[in-house]
Ligand binder design. Structure first.
Ligand code: NAD
Length: 485
């Protein structure tokens, strides 16, 4: 298979100002199949100079785009939504190939990610300010919402489509232009999406895409420019901190969707079948390579043995293999470093006293695979409970009381998602309020929803994507003081 079998040859280049073109120095990067390490495609590799060209295009397009009627912006998103829906199968295959997830999961991501286009096509026409009388009477207060201006988006490899649409959807709806730098491991999906948005009628320069192996150089160049007004990043906390620091010079607005360390709490009164079902979703979505992935299973000691046994049965029955093959449930991890990281966390946990109920090693053969794994008796302080695992490993730790469960759950620098299984309504309310996380799932292993405000607290970042809140990240408020009549 060659890159052209996946995308038309010109779509394997940079997308700047509505045109496809090579990198200025002719550099190229390789996209690999994580199932066997082979080269899938070669894509233009943007330099800082190319990224600045993309910013020029975004800046040039900004004023006209901001003046476009909201209905027109919404209709473009809606058309893109229809096109993505029609092309679900080809997008899913492309994403499965470059990222590793199964085609079925990739279809799920296309459907989920595409909902941000639909949601924000509907939000585009609901941008409004307010009119009010000053409390003391007399003057009137008017607020006007305006697009923040040209944006810079950096997205990760784990959800190549959805992490893009979550930013592009609201930015388009709000009237912002943008430069997108997808993860170098998975640029193909974003390039395919750019072509779809162009086909849907997005004017030249509104969306520019610059895959690159030099993300630091690109972000430094773009963020030093005061015409760039907004940075939205999804990725690791370390890179997020760097970008927040870089944003200080030009005081760009920033949204940060960073790492997580989600606790999955199972109380003694929980419906255990439902908890195991939820655990499979919260842990195994995307092979565990999700910022929302359940990272620590905190289970009441009276049900821990049963929960662990049932979870191990389900995890042990999963078929590991190439994401495009029939019957496969779990694809490869993204690269060798990812497998080594997961393997090290498991080795350390066993050294700390954990027992392996199922899995615990990497299968023989090519590719970056790791077996679905369940560990029990994991000490709370073991590295696997502290760091983001980003792989198919479920460590189980026990607790005795509700207070202890909440304390353990909150004992992390992260604060993205959390999950609670209980049938007690009063406990549901107490625990949901006490958990220091941006999102709490009650008796569900899936919190992501385009209509909900997705985001974290603490070292998981700030800002929200989706929901009514999502578009606010791309709007400025102008207050107009008026005399009374
Ligand atoms: P990463 O931070 O290494 O890379 C993310 C993106 O940042 C990539 O596009 C990369 O090229 C770019 N990047 C790297 N260095 C940069 C720099 N100096 N300047 C600008 N860009 C730079 O993360 P990753 O390994 O690709 O993704 C996994 C991480 O993303 C995990 O920590 C995960 O939790 C997090 N994540 C968070 C969310 C969320 O919504 N909170 C969603 C998905 C993934």
């Amino acid at each position: 298979m060659t890159g052209q079998d996946l995308l038309p040859a010109d779509h394997l280049q940079l997308f700047i100002g509505g045109a496809w073109r090579p990198a200025e120095g002719g550099e190229e990067l390789q996209v690999h199949d994580p199932a066997d390490g082979s080269v899938l495609a070669t894509v233009s590799d943007a330099s800082a100079g190319d990224a600045m060209d993309a910013l020029e295009a975004a800046v040039a397009a900004q004023a006209a785009w901001a003046a476009t009627p909201p209905r027109d912006r919404g209709e473009i998103l809606r058309t893109a939504f229809e096109l993505v829906r029609e092309r679900t199968d080809e997008l899913a295959r492309l994403m499965s190939l470059e990222m590793g997830k199964t085609v079925a999961e990739a279809r799920g991501e296309v459907a989920y990610g595409n909902e941000f286009f639909r949601w924000f096509s509907e939000e585009a026409v609901r941008i409004h300010g307010r009119w009010m009388q000053a409390p003391a009477g007399g003057s009137r207060l008017l607020t006007i919402k305006k697009p923040v201006g040209p944006c810079f988006f950096v997205t990760p490899w784990n959800f190549p489509l959805a992490m893009g649409t979550r930013k592009i959807g609201p930015a388009v709806a709000a009237g912002c232009t943008m430069v997108v730098k997808p993860a170098q491991q998975t640029p193909l999906t974003m390039l395919a999406l750019a072509a779809i948005l162009a086909e849907a009628g997005l004017p030249d320069g509104v969306l520019n895409v610059v895959p690159s192996t030099r993300p630091g150089e690109i972000s430094e160049a773009l963020m030093a420019d005061d015409r760039l007004r907004k940075v939205s990043f999804t990725g690791s906390t370390g890179v997020g901190r760097t970008l927040v620091r870089q944003s200080a010079d030009q005081l760009q607005r920033v949204s940060m969707e960073l790492g997580g360390n989600a606790p999955f709490l199972v109380f003694e009164d929980a419906d255990l079948d439902a908890a195991v079902d939820g655990a499979m979703v919260a842990k195994m979505r995307n092979m565990g390579e999700a910022c929302t992935a359940a990272n620590r299973f905190l289970v009441h000691s009276s049900v821990a043995e049963k929960f662990g046994r049932r979870l191990a049965e389900r995890m042990g029955a999963l078929r590991v293999g190439r994401g495009q093959d029939d019957g496969v449930d779990v694809g490869p991890l993204i690269d060798e470093k990812a497998v080594e990281g997961v393997a090290q966390l498991v080795t350390d946990a066993v050294h700390d006293g954990a027992r392996v109920l199922v899995g615990g090693s990497r299968p023989d053969g090519d590719g970056y695979f790791y077996e679905p794994t369940v560990l029990v008796d994991v000490p709370p302080e073991s590295a696997i409970n502290v760091e983001e695992i980003f792989g198919p490993v479920a460590p189980i730790t026990t607790f005795e009381t509700e207070d202890e469960a909440v304390r353990q759950a909150n004992d992390t620098e992260y604060g993205l998602s959390s999950y609670v299984y209980t049938r007690d309504l009063a406990r549901t309310i107490r625990v949901a309020e006490a958990l220091d996380f941006g999102m709490v799932g009650i008796n569900t292993g899936l919190v992501s929803n385009p209509a909900a405000p997705f985001g974290g607290v603490k070292q998981s970042g700030f800002g929200r994507e989706g929901g009514f809140e999502g578009i606010e990240e791309y709007l400025e408020t102008t207050y107009v003081a008026l005399p009374g009549g």
